[in-house]
Design a protein around this ligand. Structure first.
Ligand SMILES: [Zn+2]
Length: 68
């Protein structure tokens, strides 16, 4: 089952969602997205902790992940 991080869950007014197989992939995609979309945001240890806390398992409510 994959994982998903929504910018909104980190407290940013943005509809971006990072999908990945694990935390590392999500963090990499989030960092790439932040570079282009949230310039000025520093990926500090505190922010990384917030991001980790906001990462959720994907597909829990619809299909258990099989349709993604
Ligand atoms: Zn964003």
């Amino acid at each position: 089952m994959g994982k998903v991080l929504k910018c909104r869950d980190v407290g940013v007014d943005c509809d971006f969602e990072a999908h990945g197989q694990d935390e590392a992939e999500i963090l990499r995609k989030a960092a790439e997205h932040a570079k282009g979309c949230h310039t000025g945001v520093q990926l500090t240890p505190a922010l990384q902790a917030k991001i980790r806390a906001a990462i959720k398992d994907e597909g829990g409510s619809c299909c258990g992940g099989t349709c993604h």
